[in-house]
Write a protein that binds this ligand. Sequence first.
Ligand code: ZN
Length: 130
Amino acid sequence: MFCKKCGLQLPEGVVICPKCGENNGENIQNYPSQVIVTNQVHQSNGCATGGFVCSLIGGLASFIIPFGYILAPFLIIIGIILSIVGIVKASKVNGAGRGLAIAGLILGIILLIFIVIACYFFISIFWKYI
Ligand SMILES: [Zn+2]
């Protein structure tokens, strides 16, 4: 038998080529590897996109939606959670959407810190007038 990839003559019973590593066993590897390849092609990273968009809308909500400042913390927390899921998923789909998920996570954390500081200042100012 010859290696189907590099043409090296293989000893009887040897299916994995010692030169190039090609698996020449017809029934052993072909089907599972095809399944993995099609999964990688068809999987996209919706969580990464969703996380980034939620964080972004959460940050803008205070300005563009009436009472958006009430909605903003929830949107940002959803954005952070989706971004973390997106980062975990990215490792399973060859890193697809990882950059976007990390951007969404960082954006969400910065916005959350900003909201906490803003709330702290509002409460401390409000406190003086009681
Ligand atoms: Zn080979």
